[in-house]
Design a binder for this molecule. Structure first.
Ligand code: R5P
Length: 315
């Protein structure tokens, strides 16, 4: 067994880190991050962590590179302050979409991030809904993946699902969308989505399955520019759906996401708080619902500390 459990937060998502600590009934560890005029970052751990079982929460959100570097520096500081075990808790994993060599001479940055975390001194990783589950294989240390599916499905269960169909935005999302549909006991359809270049523009070209006169619930792992969701909503309506709701884990909401998602005229957009959603965005999207993952992460941290199963949380 490891020593005392301690939870620290980087600067990226203090609200979620605070929620996790509150759920666990303990305060966040004290630390100070200083950013100098030359953009260098200094971290000082302001309490004793010798032989402690330490968890560091840092999600990937803008400024992505700064937040990643801050996490690496934090882990390094904890390691040299003699923490016994360090778990990096990454609600949204950095560079998750850079996970395969599907073009010549391209970087696989999610694997590089895994290497960097290990080099900095992380002994374990805890993350949620990876873009592709094989990213877990990039780590040479234990890595656990939580799924937001139970949080999203519990929410949708409170709605009338008698006429619902879950729709995956592409073949990549189909596996998790299948779990989602199964949990809701509703049928599923899949969109044939194509990307032709690096412009972040996606095109939905076909739909496999039946959405005519049905209440569609689009499932995806993340929304970045909102283009995939807008395209999905367009084709689902073209095929005769009577309503379009969306359940997505990570609200990346980059580029012109606000304009794009407003133009998509969704009946409801449901996301988790794995990434902070700005107040301006929430105000401009009255049909947006943000679900908390604090209890999920808090329980997972308690289980890791106690040596208990994580997978049974997903059952
Ligand atoms: C990509 O394959 C992911 O699963 C999402 O569909 C994608 O990140 C969404 O990007 P965007 O919102 O820019 O279309």
């Amino acid at each position: 067994m490891f020593g005392e459990m301690k939870v620290f937060s980087g600067s990226s998502h203090p609200d979620l880190a605070g929620g996790i600590a509150t759920h666990m009934g303990m305060p966040l560890g004290r630390l100070k991050v200083t950013r100098f005029s030359n953009e260098n970052i200094k971290v000082k751990i302001e309490e004793n962590v010798r032989e402690a079982d330490v968890f560091v929460i840092q999600s990937s959100c803008p400024p992505v590179s700064d937040n990643l570097l801050e996490l690496l520096i934090l882990i390094d500081a904890l390691k040299f302050a003699s923490a016994a075990r360090i778990t990096a808790v990454l609600p949204y994993f950095p560079y998750a979409r850079s996970d395969k060599k599907d073009e010549a001479r391209i970087s696989i940055t999610a694997r590089l991030v895994a290497d960097l975390l290990e080099t900095a001194g992380a002994d374990r990783v805890l993350t949620m809904t990876l873009h592709a589950p094989q990213i877990l294989g990039f780590f040479r240390k234990p890595a656990d993946q939580l799924l937001a599916t139970p949080i999203l499905t519990n929410y949708f269960r409170s709605k009338d699902l008698s006429n619902a169909t879950v729709v995956a935005t592409d073949a990549g999302a189909a596996k998790f969308a299948g779990h989602f549909a199964k949990r809701l006991s509703v049928p599923m359809a899949i969109i044939d989505k194509r990307r032709f270049d690096d412009s972040e523009k996606a095109q939905s070209v076909a739909l496999i399955g039946d959405v005519k006169d049905r209440d569609a619930i689009i499932y995806d792992d993340e929304i970045a520019t909102g283009g995939s969701i807008k395209e999905a909503a367009r084709i689902i309506r073209e095929f005769g759906a009577r309503s379009v709701r969306v359940g997505v884990t990570h609200p990346v909401l980059s580029g012109n996401a606000l304009e794009t998602l407003r133009a998509a005229e969704l009946d409801e957009l449901v996301v988790t708080d794995s990434i902070p959603v700005s107040a301006a965005f929430t105000k401009a999207m009255p049909n947006l619902k943000v679900l908390s993952t604090a209890a999920l992460f808090g329980d997972a941290i308690l289980r890791i500390h106690g040596g208990r199963s994580i997978s049974e949380m997903m059952d």
